[in-house]
Ligand binder design. Structure first.
Ligand code: PEP
Ligand code: MG
Length: 370
């Protein structure tokens, strides 16, 4: 087996020499980051910060979102800052010297709020017993106000960031302060700030302006320049089609093929294992799930449009992909052909991605050693 391991390593090293695209990993924690690095990841292409708030920390986001009045919101945000700073210090330390794309929070809001039906029942029962809790009644009113029929098409990503003042700012400050802290310790943190679910250049412009202000302020106080790259996901058809505009405000794009597939086909990504979708595959209406392998004619055409638009405005715009397709062999060949600079995938898929990126370059006759 030792021989086998060595042989595999030799093949991967050869693929590394040949490939043009870089391979990064999707990782949310320092532990994932270390795992990815061991497998040869050359950076993090996507840290989903909303994952840092599932479990015990869910209540923090709830407090921020439902805060009544500016003072309450600021207090809720202030509680979050040290937690986020510590998350980013750990992550950036694990990825020392390598690019680390941190995506601003992108939760479908319902994941962070109490369930409307459960809460309604609880309050109704309590009222019937004449012992309704004032807090629950208020909470129910707030949850009802924010309730959406279709949360995945609603208050998510940049929309939530713009709707809840201070939420993105808090994360940007945490990234800036973590960077300063690590630099002062002699490290080389390389964070990149990524904005999710952008559909219009204006959304990115507003976030960018705020981010630049915070980076300048934290940098000035620490006596260091913080010109971190700021870019966005391209995961809506409109973003791909207006990429030339969006590129004016972006240092990089990362294609989110999960949402792009969902919104291009109109298939729910959360129901791909459901009866209707499975039937479609079983009966041959679809021969392969577009969520697994990139649909070159539809979703792929939008990726190409995004690449072309972005590079028309900025010929050297840095481009990657961080949807699940970033770890799918066939899709990796597509991304090579489309001219992306990197793919980002789950840590355990990094070796396969290195291999396929090498094969893609060799087969296209434009390998890096030629
Ligand atoms: C995507 O949409 O492809 C993506 C990477 O973002 P998420 O899966 O977190 O929505
Ligand atoms: Mg997405």
């Amino acid at each position: 087996t030792r021989e086998l391991v060595e042989a595999v390593d030799r093949v991967l090293t050869h693929a590394d020499d040949v490939r043009r695209m870089r391979v990064r990993a999707n990782a949310d924690t320092a532990e994932d980051a270390r795992r990815a690095r061991e497998r040869g990841a050359e950076g993090i292409g996507l840290c989903r910060t909303e994952h840092q708030f599932l479990g015990d920390r869910r209540a923090y986001i709830e407090r921020v979102v439902l805060a009544e009045g500016e003072q309450a919101r600021q207090a809720a945000l202030a509680e979050l800052l040290p937690l986020q700073r510590a998350d980013f210090v750990e992550l950036l330390e694990a990825m020392d010297g390598l690019p680390t794309t941190i995506r601003l929070i992108d939760p479908p809001l319902h994941e962070f709020l109490p369930d409307l039906t459960d809460l309604s029942v609880k309050v109704a029962l309590a009222k019937a017993n004449g012992e309704a809790d004032e807090r629950d009644v208020k909470l129910l009113a707030a949850v009802r106000r924010m309730h959406e029929q279709n949360p995945m098409l609603g208050l998510r990503g940049v929309r939530l960031g713009l709707k809840v003042p201070g939420l993105f700012a808090l994360q940007i400050r945490a990234i800036a302060e973590a960077t300063v802290q690590l630099r002062e310790a002699g490290k080389d943190p390389r964070p990149e700030i990524m904005v999710p679910l952008v559909g219009s250049v204006r959304e990115l412009q507003i976030v960018r302006e705020e981010a630049e202000g915070i980076l300048a302020e934290v940098g000035r106080e620490a006596g260091t320049a913080l010109d971190l790259p700021i870019g966005c996901m391209i995961e809506l058809p409109r973003a791909a089609l207006t990429a030339h505009r969006i590129a004016e405000e972006a240092d990089f794009f990362s294609f989110g093929t999960n949402d792009l597939t969902q919104t291009t086909w109109g298939f729910s990504r959360d129901d791909v294992e459901g009866a209707f979708f499975a039937d479609y595959l079983e009966n041959g209406v679809l021969t392969i799930s577009p969520f697994e392998t990139l649909d070159a004619d539809g979703v792929g055409a939008l990726v190409r449009a995004g690449v072309e638009g972005g590079r028309k405005t900025k010929p050297r715009l840095h481009l990657g992909v961080c949807g699940e397709h970033g770890g799918d062999p066939e899709s990796i060949h597509f991304f090579h052909g489309a001219g992306l600079d990197y793919v980002s995938c789950s840590p355990f898929r990094v070796p396969i991605a290195r291999l396929e990126a090498g094969r893609a370059a060799a087969m296209a006759g434009d390998d890096a050693t030629a």
